[in-house]
Each structure stands twice: as structure tokens, then as C-alpha cells.
Write a protein that binds this ligand. Structure first.
Ligand code: NAP
Ligand code: GDD
Length: 328
């Protein structure tokens, strides 16, 4: 039985990756940071019905000693580094924390691996945000980076330290440059989930308006369930490498939002209010990935269209709102 260690197991991708690895017969261990709200952090694992099939161990990406201890105790075959301060908008308000976790935290995990288990395989969650002010119309592994947020700057560090440890120490360390991926387990602060949750509430009469920022921004959106498969495939290759994971289709926030409202028979213009409070100090106007390398070398392709995913998210949020008891 292979053993996988996942940092960020309580997040969206951590939950779906756990589900995938369990289905492949892995033993799954996750790092969970200490919180005074014990018992609620694993809600995504519970949503997928797998909370009692994974083991959670205390640790924090800012604390090298905890990572060394966990790697030494667990001795995993594969480690997936998904933990991060991952919300771009927060990274301007908490730039130092973002750097400590999203950038230096990667070095902490790599150091723990180098010291305790240099033969294991490592995955780093890099991001299309690193392309920022895009230098080519479709971004691939060879497109120059131009980060536009403290988050993207931190991710760029995490990306290059992964490449550097691979080249310096011969580690099997791969970096997935993943474009935006969503699901019913997406955090409520990200735009797709904010939209689908609000659409459900508006449809059920609990809310009237939805306040958004720049709805002309374009993103290449895929489904998290499809994208975690690419992470796993990267670690099954003989040679470590870097891969862009995307759908190759870019859509405006406006059009994504329209799909959600239309699914429940509502007109978005009757409810959406543009609020400058949600504009960012520097915006990434458009992202469009070219996943040709992943298709050719990993045999990976996305399975879910944007429309299918948004419909799944709206339906899940309608169920959640019903189950919350707010309607009674
Ligand atoms: P997410 O839902 O925000 O999950 C982030 C995870 O990191 C959570 O489990 C969180 O724990 C954990 N974490 C945060 N700070 C930590 C710390 N100091 N020590 C240990 N754990 C910590 O993010 P996601 O959408 O699943 O994304 C997974 C990774 O892929 C992230 O690195 C993200 O930046 C990257 N990425 C995401 C996308 C995307 O579109 N989703 C695209 C490209 C790259 P808590 O539950 O305690 O908060
Ligand atoms: N969150 C949010 N809230 N975004 C809004 C809103 C709003 O009310 N209104 C417009 N937007 C626009 C943002 O300005 C951005 O251009 C776009 O919607 C997407 O925002 P997010 O969903 O917050 O995602 P992101 O693209 O900034 O970052 C996500 O994708 C990255 C990969 O490219 C995160 O998952 C990052 O962790 C990830 O690396």
C-alpha cells in the first residue's frame, strides 16, 4: 500500500485528492493546523464521506520542526504540498503571512523531505497567477512569468525553489501550474462559489443582490476533481517535471455568472451590483492555459465543462441552503 502525505488536506483540493488516492488504495495522512474550532476543519472530507478514512496529524507550514517530525513519523512515498494562504485578495492585506506560508513554507516542506526522506516524490501546487500580466495569449510551461499580487510573488518563489531543489539535490519534485479550478467545495470567498451561493440564496428569497468587483476579468476554469488527477499523474512519471493544467477555454466572470443565474431562471442584471470594494490593487485581466504538454505526456484531459461545473455548484448550494434551516 502506498502512503501519501497531504499538506492542505482540509482545503478544496486536499479533499478531492484524498478521495482520489483512497480510491487507488493509498493510505492518506494529512497535516492539519491547530485551531480553537476543532471538529469543523474537516467539513470537506465529511462532505465527500471520507473523514474517517484519512489520518490527520498536527503541523504547520510555518513550523519546520513540525514538518520534520511528521515526515519522519509517516515516511510517505508521495507528498503533495497543497497548503497555502490561497486567496489572492487577502494577500495584499496579509503580505508577510502570505510570504511565510505560500513561499517559505514550500522550502520548509522540501527541507523536511531532504532531511528525512529524499527518495520520496514531491508535488508543489503552483499557480497560473504567476503568469499575471500575461506575456503570451495562451500560457504554457515556457511562458515568462509576471506576478501581479503578493500571492503570485510568493507562488513564484515556491515554484522556483521546487525547480531548484530538483536540480540541486536530485529530488523527484514536480510543479503543477494549475489554472483556476472550482467545485461545490470551493471556499465561499472565491468568485465562482460566491456567485453560486448567492444565486441559491436569491432564488430561495433569502437575499436580493450580489455585489461583485471586476466582472470583465477572464479565467480558464476547470473542475477540482479533474485537476487532482493531474497532480497524481505527475508523481507517477519516471522523471519529475513541470506541467500546465488548464482547459484551454477562457470565460469572463460576467458569463460565468450568467450561467449560474440562468440555471435557476433568473436574470443576472436584476441582481448583480458592481462594488469597487471588490476591485484589486492590481488585476490579472485574463488567463488562458495551454495544456498540450500534460495531454501529450500525462495523457490528461479535463472531463467537466464550465457549464456542467457551475450547474453542479448551484445545485449543491441550493441543497445546502435548504439543509441550513434558514427557510423554515
Ligand atoms: P484552499 O481551499 O484555500 O486550501 C488551503 C489549505 O491550506 C487548507 O487546508 C488550509 O488549512 C491550509 N493551510 C493554510 N495555511 C496553512 C499553514 N500555515 N499550515 C498548514 N496548512 C495551512 O486551497 P485550494 O483551492 O484547495 O488550493 C490548493 C493549493 O493549490 C493552494 O496552494 C493554492 O494556492 C493552489 N492553487 C489553487 C488553485 C485553485 O484554483 N483552486 C489554482 C492554482 C493553485 P485550513 O483549512 O486550516 O485553512
Ligand atoms: N473573489 C472575488 N470576489 N473575485 C471577484 C469578485 C468578487 O466579488 N468580483 C470579480 N472578481 C474577479 C477577481 O478580480 C478575479 O479577476 C476573478 O474574479 C477570479 O477571482 P477569484 O475567484 O478570487 O480567483 P483568483 O483568480 O484571484 O485566484 C484563484 O485562482 C488562482 C489560479 O489562477 C485562487 O484559487 C488562487 O489560489 C489560484 O492560484
Amino acid at each position: 500500500m502506498k502512503r501519501a502525505l497531504i499538506t492542505g488536506i482540509t482545503g478544496q483540493d486536499g479533499a478531492y485528492l484524498s478521495q482520489l488516492l483512497l480510491s487507488k488504495g493509498y493510505e492518506v495522512i494529512g497535516i492539519i493546523r491547530r485551531s480553537s474550532h476543532r471538529g469543523v476543519e474537516d467539513h470537506r472530507l465529511r462532505w465527500l464521506g471520507i473523514a474517517d478514512r484519512v489520518t490527520l496529524i498536527d503541523g504547520d507550514l510555518a513550523d519546520l520542526s513540525s514538518l520534520v517530525r511528521v515526515v519522519k513519523d509517516v515516511r510517505p512515498d508521495e507528498i503533495y504540498n497543497l497548503a497555502a494562504q490561497s486567496f489572492v485578495a487577502s494577500s495584499w492585506r496579509q503580505p508577510v503571512l502570505t510570504g511565510n506560508i505560500t513561499a517559505i513554507g514550500v522550502t520548509n516542506v522540501l527541507e523536511a523531505m531532504r532531511a528525512e526522506a529524499p527518495n520520496m516524490r514531491f508535488y508543489q501546487a503552483s499557480s497560473s497567477e504567476m503568469f499575471g500580466k500575461i506575456q503570451e495569449p495562451a500560457q504554457s510551461e515556457t511562458t515568462p512569468f509576471y506576478p501581479r499580487s503578493p500571492y503570485a510573488v510568493a507562488k513564484l518563489y515556491g515554484h522556483w525553489i521546487t525547480v531548484n531543489y530538483r536540480e540541486s539535490f536530485g529530488l523527484h519534485a514536480s510543479s503543477g501550474i494549475l489554472f483556476n479550478h472550482e467545485s461545490p467545495l470551493r471556499g465561499i470567498e472565491f468568485v465562482t462559489r460566491k456567485v453560486t451561493d448567492s444565486v441559491a440564496r436569491i432564488k430561495l428569497g433569502l437575499q436580493q443582490e450580489l455585489r461583485l468587483g471586476n466582472i470583465d476579468a477572464k479565467r480558464d476554469w476547470g473542475h477540482a476533481r479533474d485537476y487532482v488527477e493531474a497532480m497524481w499523474l505527475m508523481l507517477q512519471q519516471d522523471q519529475p517535471d513541470d506541467y500546465v493544467i488548464a482547459t484551454g477555454v477562457s470565460t469572463t466572470v460576467r458569463d460565468m455568472c450568467r450561467i449560474a443565474f440562468e440555471h435557476v431562471g433568473l436574470e443576472m442584471n436584476d441582481h448583480v451590483v458592481i462594488d469597487p470594494a471588490f476591485y484589486r490593487p492590481a488585476e490579472v485581466d485574463v488567463l488562458l492555459g495551454n495544456p498540450a504538454k500534460a495531454r501529450a505526456k500525462l495523457g490528461w484531459a479535463p472531463k467537466t465543462t464550465l457549464k456542467e461545473m457551475i450547474v453542479e455548484m448551484v445545485e449543491a448550494d441550493l441543497k445546502r441552503v435548504h439543509a441550513s434551516g434558514l427557510l423554515s
